[in-house]
Design a protein around this ligand. Structure first.
Ligand code: PLP
Length: 356
């Protein structure tokens, strides 16, 4: 008897029908996607909604960026590119560096020298990308990278690259497939450069148009108060927040994101760093799901809407997209919560220390 091993071979393999790839194209993959959808029992009970967490931190480089990167790098190779480049608040550089290593394309990452989580930087370093730290923020880095790609034969792998959006839309397919016949009312996610909200909306609409689902969720985009460019409808000159992944003042996908919000009858809202920190803590301590601060933003947003009675979320089926893994930003935890002092390493001392 022949043994058939059913293995997940990545999202391009799974959703090829909906993606711009040729059948004989060599695919650069780390078997990304197929991330867990986890019922948030504690939060659902407390706030009277029906909340599920799409844990994108389970992707190979620890964030949803891998969904777009597998396609962007596969296409770069198809187009005979010699090198890829991105500007990044951290996760795009980690992902580009991983897929760059796998494809053997030279990889350049331009990052703000400060305000990048060390976990992300160490990823880019060990994957072997050429790291270019600049004295300036993400928006400045992106401006430079865009100019470079206009002038030189480099493939831009930021979310301006349409293949990034195409790859990322598969997360909407996965959620719909995971929910089976259950209709999703609301999708909540953090918004930085606004590529992901654009991608999700595209994905849900495509499934709807193919008659695979008969609903379209409302898109709720949440930002940090210090970098709330979509909420305030302006460019934020000096964006600031603890949620470094969304510390972006001039989202490049602004128009598409606004369209997604309006077409879906959704909303944009912003959260203070305190509110984000609280949701980050609740996700870990009540649900057992450790995310990076930016990823807690949609949960903070849902809690806020529920507390302020701004929207009736009662019994609504909601998916919050948890974009990145908590292990990427350990400094945030260690800076904000204190470890206990050490004690003598003998049985009695440890036994006395334990209070049951
Ligand atoms: C990139 C990123 C975001 C923001 O996504 P956009 O597509 O830029 O809006 C949010 N959270 C994490 C962890 C990210 O890496």
């Amino acid at each position: 008897m022949k043994l058939v091993i059913k293995m997940w071979k990545g999202l391009i393999n799974k959703y090829k029908k909906y993606l711009p790839v040729k059948n004989d194209q060599k695919i650069i993959t780390l078997n990304e996607g197929n991330t867990p959808l986890i019922k948030a029992d504690w939060l659902s009970e407390k706030y009277d909604f029906d909340l599920y967490l799409k844990f994108e931190g389970a992707n190979p480089s620890g964030s949803f960026k891998d969904r777009g990167m597998t396609l962007a790098v596969t296409k770069a190779l198809e187009e005979n590119s010699k090198a890829i480049i991105c500007a990044s608040t951290g996760n795009t550089s980690a992902s580009a560096a991983a897929y760059g290593a796998r494809s053997r394309l030279k990889t350049f990452v331009v990052v703000p020298k400060a305000k990048i989580a060390k976990g992300k930087l160490s990823q880019a370093l060990i994957y072997g990308a050429q790291i270019i730290p600049i004295k300036g923020n993400f928006d400045k880095a992106l401006e430079i990278v865009r100019k470079l790609t206009e002038k030189h034969a480099l493939t831009l792998v930021n979310s301006l690259n349409p293949f990034r959006i195409e790859g990322q839309k598969t997360a909407a397919f996965e959620i719909a497939d995971q929910l089976k016949n259950n209709e999703l009312d609301i999708l909540a996610l953090p918004v930085g450069n606004a590529g992901n909200i654009t991608a999700y909306w595209k994905g849900f609409k495509e499934y709807y148009n193919e008659n695979i689902i008969n609903y379209l969720p409302q898109m709720f985009g949440f930002q940090a108060a210090g970098s709330a460019a979509m909420v305030k409808e302006k460019i934020i000159k000096n964006p600031d927040t603890i949620a470094t992944a969304i510390r972006i003042g001039n989202p490049v996908n602004r128009d598409k994101a606004r369209n997604a919000m309006e077409e879906s009858n959704g909303l944009f809202d912003s959260l203070t760093d305190e509110e984000i920190k609280e949701a980050h803590y609740l996700l870990a301590s009540k649900e057992g799901v450790f995310v990076e601060p930016a990823s807690a933003t949609p949960v903070a947003g849902l809690i806020k809407l529920s507390k302020e009675n701004k929207k009736d979320l009662t019994n609504k089926k909601i998916v919050a997209v948890l974009t990145g893994n908590g292990l990427k930003d350990q400094e945030f935890v260690l800076d904000n919560y204190s470890l206990p002092n050490s004690i003598e390493g003998d049985f009695k001392t440890v036994e006395n220390f334990i209070n049951i």
